[in-house]
Design a protein around this ligand. Sequence first.
Ligand code: NDP
Length: 284
Amino acid sequence: MTSSDSNAPDDYVVIGNPVAHSLSPQIHAHFAAQTGERLSYGRLLAPPDGFPAAVEKFFAGGGSGANVTLPFKGAAAQWVNELDEAAAFASAVNTIVPLAAGRFRGCNTDGVGLLADLRRGFEPSGLAGMNILVLGAGGAVRGVLGPLAQQQPGSVIITNRTQTTAIRLAEELAGRYPDLTVSAVAVEELHGSFDLVINGTSAGLQNAVLEVPGAVVNGAFCYDMSYGAQAAFCRWARDQGAIATLDGLGMLVEQAAAAFFLWRGKTPDTTPVLAKLRAELERR
Ligand code: NDP
């Protein structure tokens, strides 16, 4: 399909490796049907070192926008011409928006997606004053920390299996948001209680158990960026006395809705789409 094919629907893709598992095509098909937008959305598998060639070919062929998933979010941040604030802090892009004159803007909608899901499932009035523990310091955590910091939480503590990564991230966050109380704490030194604990590790993907003391989730609201069968952290946290838990399926739908808005200028109703995906996952 090319841009000269004026009857063709606008063309979007998610680029990744692997990408067959991605739920993004289903989510965007629901959004398109709901808003009456005429578009197609597919999956594009790029070779591990082939992101620039794949994305250039896609846009040269008339592509209207792209999502980017593992392992290319960093490569996408290098490829675009400009970054939004969250993508600049994360050095990771999950949404590419074409601009005029062959330029491209890289955005990171993971953080706004998480915040939207937290507003729906946890605290509608936001996170101001809350003490937040973040588990993990990889790409997903980098993507959400900027938007979280802007909510003016009481404190943010980052803990990670590789402590040096957490320290570096906490220092960067403090540099970018000087009014924020933020620190990195080694897992074995974790203590105290938190209002919100966010698991942004990929331990669930590997069926690995997180080495976190149960006391830190007791009485906390716990959010797991993993979803479905991989959301083992939710099950563990409930056993440790978390007041409530939520997996990351809502974040996935909300980050997609934020991308849809960037491309189409329309805000989909995420609640029915989330319900459909949830039902589908439970049937599997
Ligand atoms: P990365 O590979 O960038 O980071 C992985 C993080 O998990 C690192 O902090 C790593 O620690 C930690 N980790 C990995 N294995 C273990 C383990 N066995 N025990 C403790 N810590 C571990 O991945 P991402 O940040 O991109 O993704 C993290 C998770 O978030 C994934 O499950 C992904 O599916 C999910 N995600 C969900 C989204 C959503 O919309 N719901 C959006 C984006 C991501 P170390 O530094 O020591 O290696």
